[in-house]
Design a protein around this ligand. Structure first.
Ligand SMILES: Cc1cc2nc3c(=O)[nH]c(=O)nc-3n(C[C@H](O)[C@H](O)[C@H](O)COP(=O)(O)OP(=O)(O)OC[C@H]3O[C@@H](n4cnc5c(N)ncnc54)[C@H](O)[C@@H]3O)c2cc1C
Length: 398
């Protein structure tokens, strides 16, 4: 059986980021990057947005930058703020993938579906199915697995961040390119959770306009189309437009603590390894933090775990929010409007990146509807003490 020092399962955001770091940072060790060719398992093309200082390591793949963000409340009040010293950046997944792959000279690229990963004393073994249907094994000293999670514990709150976006071209110049719209809460709100519009303006005539919900169930085609027509027409008043492409996705937002280490030699990375920030769905930055920690540990000859993409206290605060949204105790639109109206945007961005101090966290908490948050806190604390069992049937998430 073939053997490598490190096997990375999945060549999405996390697998590619880790392969990129190990290519440079682990001389003398063999690394394999295994990804499936099965269309049902492959992620669709997507845009990744994130914020960081002006100069960043993925700048060669960055397609757009914004130096200001706005949020629009349910009543139309608009809060606009510079992001300085940070910049909101957008990367297109095919460009990121091409950039990383072009630098992978030493990494062995394996096209196969991983059927399972068996942990063992002398090494882990990946059972693979190639394009011709034949099965083979690959042994590895360490495995980093980014296959999407299949389910979450039933006592966790798990919402879906689900959305569809249109890449539009309008007849008239309608977009202000100086600021991306992070949340436009003027859309009709679901009974539980929250719904909002999201706009990435590329030029006065072109933008990615999305309709997003944080709720339990996804919509059907007709539901997304109706929501986008309402948002682009009634709310934004875009007038005549053509749609050149569509982006759609589902991101799990869960209070479950996803185990990073699942065996002696097996670790999870990416969304599967808890890199997704539960309250927002943003994952790209968490993936970078996580893969940087792993690469540094391996380069220093240390065991890689436990690498947490987000601080525990922020995960707890997010769990309370998810519980409150899911139980209907927190009015989602009111919550996010008060969060953005009551805090300097750069502080909120740092909070979402896990770099605020406990004192800053408290001051952010004080700007939210405190009574509703306390009820959600009580409910989440009680739920956390109930026995755990696995939830099934959650379907594919990414
Ligand atoms: C449409 C969309 C837009 C998003 N936008 C943002 C954003 O703007 N900012 C942000 O921070 N986050 C965003 N996210 C969330 C997150 O960044 C992405 O989901 C990200 O792709 C997660 O990276 P990952 O590596 O964990 O998973 P994926 O990128 O899904 O990678 C998983 C990999 O595993 C492979 N795989 C699956 N099964 C097997 C198998 N059995 N054998 C071998 N390989 C397998 C797949 O082919 C894939 O390459 C978005 C998500 C979606 C869906």
């Amino acid at each position: 059986m073939d053997r490598v020092n490190v096997a990375i399962v999945g060549a999405g955001a996390a697998g590619l980021s880790l392969a990129h770091r190990l290519e440079r940072g682990l001389p003398g060790r063999s690394v394999a990057l295994v990804d499936t060719a099965e269309p049902a398992l492959r992620p669709l093309e997507r845009t990744w947005c994130f914020w960081e200082p002006a100069a960043g390591e993925w700048d060669a793949a960055v397609d757009r930058r914004w130096h200001a963000l706005s949020v629009v409340g349910p009543d139309g009040t608009r809060w606009r703020s510079p992001t300085d010293p940070l910049v909101y950046k957008m990367v297109r997944s095919p460009v990121f993938e091409a950039l990383v792959r072009s630098g992978l000279d030493r990494t062995r690229l394996v096209v196969a579906t991983v059927l399972d990963v068996v942990d063992g004393r002398g090494g882990a073994v990946l059972r693979l199915r190639g394009g011709d249907g034949r099965e083979a094994g690959l042994a590895a000293d360490l495995v980093f697995d980014s296959r999407p999670p299949r389910g979450f514990p039933a006592n966790a709150v798990t919402l879906r961040q689900h959305f569809r976006g249109w890449f539009v071209r309008t007849t008239e110049p309608r977009f202000d390119t100086s600021a991306a719209v992070l949340m436009d809460l003027r859309v009709p709100q679901p009974p539980r959770g929250v719904a909002f519009g999201y706009v990435l303006p590329f030029s006065p005539h072109t933008a990615l306009v999305e309709y997003t919900e944080f709720t339990r169930e996804v919509l059907d085609d007709a539901g997304y189309e109706a929501a986008l027509r309402d948002y682009t027409g009634r709310v934004l008043g875009l007038g005549g437009l053509t749609v050149s492409a569509v982006e759609q996705g589902v991101i799990p937002m869960t209070s479950a603590r996803l185990p990073v280490r699942t065996g002696r030699r097996v670790f999870r990375i990416g969304t599967a390894g808890g890199a997704t920030r539960p309250s927002t769905g943003y994952t790209f930055t968490g993936v970078q933090r996580q893969t940087r920690q792993i690469a540094a540990a391996l380069a220093a000859g240390r065991p890689p775990g436990p690498s947490r993409a987000h601080p525990r206290r922020h995960l707890f605060m997010d769990a309370v929010l998810l519980r409150g949204l899911d139980d209907g105790m927190i009015d989602g639109a009111e919550f996010f409007a008060s969060l953005f109206s009551g805090n300097p945007l750069p502080r909120l961005l740092r909070f979402l990146d896990g770099t605020t101090t406990p004192l800053e966290d408290l001051s952010i908490g004080a700007t939210t509807p405190v009574g509703a948050m306390l009820s959600a806190l009580r409910s989440q604390t009680l739920a956390g003490t109930r026995p755990r069992r696995r939830a099934g049937g959650l379907g594919r998430f990414t």
